[in-house]
Write a protein that binds this ligand. Structure first.
Ligand code: MTE
Ligand code: MO
Length: 312
């Protein structure tokens, strides 16, 4: 059914299990705490035991994953409120199973996937990506999922398909934030077809070896590590292939501040703040923000010849 093509950029590590890595990492950090090199973390909760089988295929050199605790409690998911703690507080009522993901529009083989079944059938990979929010903070997240191109190839887009539009669940009973109008619901996002087919673009169903928590976009979300975090739409119910550039939630809310592309770019400031630096969650000193969030050698060719100040 969904056949997996090994990609060039996979690292040779092969079958390193998440357990192996994180247990070792905890040992190393624990050793540094014992030696007085690091302060003891305040009540940091370890990641729960993994329930997904994965192969690690991608790590971002020089980066250590942000703690599970921070990844699970510092979230943007306005369907559950605008405070960073709201999604973890208010997400518990989201019914994530059964869940259907409809793939429609300009394709030869439209599908309605059962996401539980997808999670069992897909050749899941772990990929450790740097993620950069438009609000100038960042994290490093060990995602579990597959290249979005797996799904795209399965539905066989028509030649006329130039964009992919994504839509989040609309259900104010389960998503209390949708009872207010901070955004125009449902949350929508979009990618150009070549961006969507890029091997780094990921459909994620888990992190730290476990199925996603509601606050992180359960049961299925997009992950686009070279773009600002808001492009990585959560709790997706539909992907639609279109000829025209689809609307996107933040662009609709404020077109002066949020463009369609939203590539991480330290040279194009947000009208109200600099994009040149960022705070990595869990650190104090700010870091320099990298062009395309550090993935430029892989993704810059997608934008060759484009004026990225105009197409921001
Ligand atoms: N449906 C939906 N998806 C969303 C958002 C949202 O409010 N609603 N917030 C976005 C923003 S601004 C960011 S930074 C990331 C945060 O993902 P995380 O909480 O898993 O780190 O989710 C993105 N996806
Ligand atoms: Mo964000």
């Amino acid at each position: 059914m969904l056949i997996r093509n090994p990609d060039d950029w996979e690292l040779p590590e092969g079958d390193v299990t998440p357990e192996g890595i994180y247990l070792r990492r905890r040992e190393i950090l624990g050793g540094m705490v014992a030696a007085g090199l690091l302060p003891a973390p305040a009540a940091a909760q370890p990641a729960p035991a993994p329930n997904l089988k994965t192969r690690q295929t991608f790590v971002t050199p020089g980066e250590t994953p942000t703690s599970f605790d921070d990844i699970a409690h510092y979230n943007n998911f306005y369907e559950f409120g605008t405070d960073k703690l709201d999604p973890s507080r208010n997400g518990g009522g989201l019914q994530t199973s059964p869940w259907t993901l409809k793939v429609s529009g300009l394709v030869k083989k439209p599908q309605v996937y059962d996401v539980d079944q997808l999670i069992r059938q897909l050749p899941l990979e772990e990929r450790i990506y740097r993620m950069r929010c438009v609000e100038a903070w960042s994290m490093v997240i060990p995602w579990v999922g597959v290249s979005l191109s797996h799904i795209i190839n399965h539905v066989e887009p028509l030649g006329s398909a130039r964009y992919v539009a994504f839509r989040t669940l609309l259900d104010p009973d389960q998503m209390p934030g949708q009872r207010g109008s901070v955004l125009d619901w449902p949350y929508v996002e979009g990618l150009r077809m070549d961006e969507a087919r890029h091997p780094l673009a990921m459909l994620s169903v888990g992190l730290y070896g476990r199925t996603l928590l509601p606050q992180n976009g359960a049961p299925v979300r997009l992950v686009v590590p070279w773009k600002y975090g808001f492009k990585s739409i959560k709790s997706i119910v539909e992907m639609r292939f279109t000829e025209r550039q689809p609307p996107t939630s933040w662009n609709k809310a404020n077109p002066q501040e949020y463009g369609f592309y939203s590539n991480v770019n330290p040279d194009v400031d947000h009208p109200r703040w600099s994009q040149g630096r960022e705070r990595r969650i869990g650190e104090f000193a700010k870091r320099r923000t990298l062009m395309f969030n550090g993935y430029g050698s892989a993704v810059a060719p997608l934008y060759a010849g484009m004026d990225l100040k105009r197409f921001f």
